[in-house]
Design a protein around this ligand. Structure first.
Ligand SMILES: *Cc1c(COP(=O)(O)O)cnc(C)c1O
Length: 400
């Protein structure tokens, strides 16, 4: 079997809800992956930041193997000996009082929405079923029916109605728009500190701080979706820290398990997560001992290997070097830490063909939106490996 054969089988039996690059990966280690034909590539997407610790990190393999041989799943009908420690360690890391474990990122966002609504009714005193949540243009928060309700992408919604009431959209980066959109029924403002899927969009300096103040003034919860921006990617443990903002609730996912297993969580105060009573919410796999054990180790790896600091230093270096490339196609670069969007000019005719050319040269990147190439390598990457990637980027950006 070669690449073509694998693709044929997948396209025959698998639903076509993605349009991946035609590379069939069979092995990964650190920043490198190998395809079924024996070609080697550098992974410059890192599964949308789920692989901040790199592919198959030895410490994560070890903990997975040990824990799965011991105990993998109890369900929350019983307790297990890993959940208490993940809860404690995540609260200590984030400075919050309580956590609620789920699996996918979308589930964490759903959990935050449910908590915010219930908090709105029980604590803020909003009339039943009237709660409103404000989200931003350009957002990405996942794919459930409620979440796509406030997606800016028509395609994400088209054909999936009826959608969920109670959400409002405002311009991203505009704090005045937030204040104008708030009503007595507003319970939360849901925002990515930096928009990932939107194309690595960094809001204007001071935006998060202003939004925080506005939320405080109107008793509205500030929910930061740090599923992609958190855990080191932007040069801080959480991207909200760039503006010294403490959200009321944070959603965490992706790198929380270092690519080993779906683990997500919501952290908040007791006042907020305390609204959940037994039976209100749950998940069969949420908080399972295997996921908790690997998440605990994945967090320790981020701290021990100083991944936020690496992202900061190497990200600055990557950005500096990119700026030196004289490409007729690039409009500008934007981003923070090891998270950079190469924004192409209209005439460049889309980012996809650049990603395909980069793949031919052994560098795996993925376009986001029509004209942005997103760079998001594992944070364990070395300077030499970044130089290797830069050579390919320069070649493709200047010759294509
Ligand atoms: C990826 C992502 C999600 C959804 O996570 P899934 O695990 O794919 O459900 C939610 N919010 C943000 C900001 C994301 O980047």
């Amino acid at each position: 079997m070669n690449t073509k054969d694998y693709i044929a089988v997948e396209d025959h039996y698998g639903a076509h809800n993605y349009k991946p690059l035609d590379v069939v990966i069979t092995e990964g280690k650190g920043v490198w992956v190998k395809d079924v034909d024996g070609n080697r590539y550098m992974d410059f997407l890192a599964a949308y930041s789920a692989l901040n610790q790199g592919h198959c990190h030895p410490r994560l393999i070890k903990i997975m193997q040990e824990q799965m041989a011991k105990l993998a799943l109890t369900s929350r009908a019983f307790r297990n000996d890993q959940l208490p420690f993940l809860a404690k360690e995540l609260c200590e890391l984030t400075g919050f009082e309580m956590m609620l474990p789920m699996n996918s990122g979308a589930e964490a966002v759903e959990t935050a929405i449910k908590a915010a609504r219930k908090w709105g009714y029980q604590v803020k005193g909003v009339k039943n079923d009237k709660a409103e949540i404000i989200a931003c243009e350009g957002n990405f928060h996942g794919r459930t029916i409620s979440i796509i309700t406030f997606s800016p992408e028509e395609q994400y919604k088209q054909g999936f109605g009826p959608l969920t009431p109670g959400f409002k959209m405002i311009e991203y980066g505009d704090a005045d728009a937030l204040e104008a959109a708030i009503t007595p029924n507003t319970v939360a403002f849901l925002v990515e500190p930096i928009q990932g899927e939107g194309g690595v969009i960094v809001p204007p300096e001071g935006y998060l701080k202003k939004a925080r103040e506005i939320c405080d003034r109107h008793k509205v919860l500030f929910i930061a979706d740090e599923i992609q921006s958190g855990l080191g990617r932007t040069g801080k443990m959480f991207a909200s820290e760039h503006e010294n903002v403490k959200p009321d609730m944070i959603t965490i996912g992706k790198a929380l398990s270092g690519g080993m297993y779906p683990v997500s969580a919501v952290v908040a105060s007791k006042e907020i997560l305390g609204v959940f009573k037994p039976g209100d919410h749950g998940s069969t796999y949420g908080g399972n001992p295997l996921g908790c054990a690997v998440a605990r180790e994945a967090l320790k790896v981020i701290i021990d290997e100083k991944l936020p600091q690496r992202a900061q230093e190497l990200g600055d270096y990557l950005m500096q070097q990119l700026q030196k490339i004289k490409s007729p196609h690039v409009d500008f670069y934007r981003g923070k830490g090891l998270w950079i969007g190469i924004v192409l000019k209209e005439e460049a005719n889309g980012a996809r063909r650049f990603c395909e050319a980069l793949m031919e040269k052994g560098l795996l990147c993925k376009e986001t939106h029509w004209n942005v190439i997103r760079l998001a390598p594992p944070l364990i990457i070395s300077k030499e490996e970044i130089d290797w990637a830069l050579e390919r980027l320069e070649e493709v950006l200047t010759t294509l």
